[in-house]
Design a protein around this ligand. Structure first.
Ligand SMILES: Nc1ncnc2c1ncn2[C@@H]1O[C@H](COP(=O)(O)OP(=O)(O)OP(=O)(O)O)[C@@H](O)[C@H]1O
Ligand SMILES: [Mg+2]
Length: 293
């Protein structure tokens, strides 16, 4: 992975200095409102994503009451506007989401059964704590097919050429995603998992096969391998380190991942902070997912 001191190896790297990275930015109000809806709203299953290998269900959630706010989320599909105040009172905001019930997870040889949904929620927690905001709001909840993960559906910009996007070297959000993937040890960063939204922000999806203890980074984003991390990445990693060692992130992750997987995550963060370079492809593991799209 790195020139030396592989994360998860038997010799832990020296801990980085406690430089006190900047505080984690608070969640914007729309994000908290979205998390509340994802957690408590009634899920209506609209269909199954046919290409997905797991049971990945496209759902909607209605707020169940008129929404007084002008806009609670840039991603929420507002009900049709009406000029009639009686109808306006009946307006319901609707959000779309992906629901992946644990019961529908395809068994994998290299991840314990029934753990993929928790890994997706953990990926969101890490992205938030670092301030990357590369994972759409994601929660664990009960649903029509039992407990599972529920993630905000992102209406991504279909005008963007995803193959060209994945090859860019000048896209700060894409580079954030590459560092995020190194932290969570993402074994499945495909081009189709990139969700660019109008305005330039980039989200990613499908983080079920993250947080393995062994180095399994498998991604289409190798363009920065061996290159020095930009300052913004170092700052994000410091925030993450502070949250993992003295903040609340460790406790949040403990309900979602094994203790050894949280330790391995902390070691990956420390190693990235120590070497300050993007990792190299693993030598004993396919470095690019197949198919890459
Ligand atoms: N939150 C989301 N917003 C928008 N699109 C999404 C979201 N989550 C998933 N998708 C779309 O649905 C597709 C399938 O979802 P996902 O990759 O998470 O399922 P999966 O069962 O893990 O599939 P596979 O293992 O085949 O990659 C994604 O490639 C993406 O196009
Ligand atoms: Mg996928």
């Amino acid at each position: 992975m790195f020139d030396s001191a592989s994360p998860g190896g038997s010799t832990p790297p020296e801990p980085p200095p406690r430089t006190g990275g900047r505080a984690v930015p608070p969640s914007p109000p729309w994000e908290q409102a979205t998390l509340d809806l994802l957690t408590r709203g009634t899920l209506e299953v609209e269909g199954r994503l046919v290409d997905a290998s797991n049971a990945t269900l496209y759902c909607t959630i209605k707020t169940g009451r008129p929404d007084p706010r002008p806009e609670i989320s840039p991603k929420i599909n507002r009900a049709k506007e009406t000029k009639n105040p009686k109808n306006a009172r009946r307006q319901q905001a609707t959000i779309a989401c992906v629901y992946k019930p644990i019961a529908g997870e395809r068994p994998l040889w290299d991840f314990p059964a029934g753990t993929l949904a928790g890994r997706e929620v953990a990926a969101y927690a890490v992205s938030r704590a670092a301030g990357w905001d590369v994972v759409p709001p994601t929660v664990m909840r009960d649903g029509p097919f039992g407990p599972g993960m529920c993630q905000l559906w992102i209406d991504y910009d279909t005008g963007v050429d995803l193959i060209a996007l994945a090859r860019r070297t000048d896209h700060a959000g894409l580079r954030d995603m590459a560092v995020f993937d190194a932290v969570v040890n993402n074994a499945d960063r495909k081009i189709g998992h990139l969700l660019p939204v109008p305005g330039g922000h980039l989200y990613g999806c499908d983080h079920g096969v993250c947080f393995a203890e062994d180095y399994k980074l498998r991604t289409v984003l190798w363009q920065w391998r061996g290159k020095g991390l930009p300052r913004r990445s170092v700052e994000a990693l410091r925030r993450l380190n502070a949250e993992l060692t003295g903040g609340s992130l460790g406790a949040e992750l403990s309900g979602l991942l094994a203790a050894s997987e949280i330790d391995a995550t902390r070691i990956r963060v420390e190693t990235l902070l120590k070497h300050r370079v993007h990792p190299y492809p693993p030598e004993d593991w396919p470095a690019v997912p197949w198919p890459p799209i």
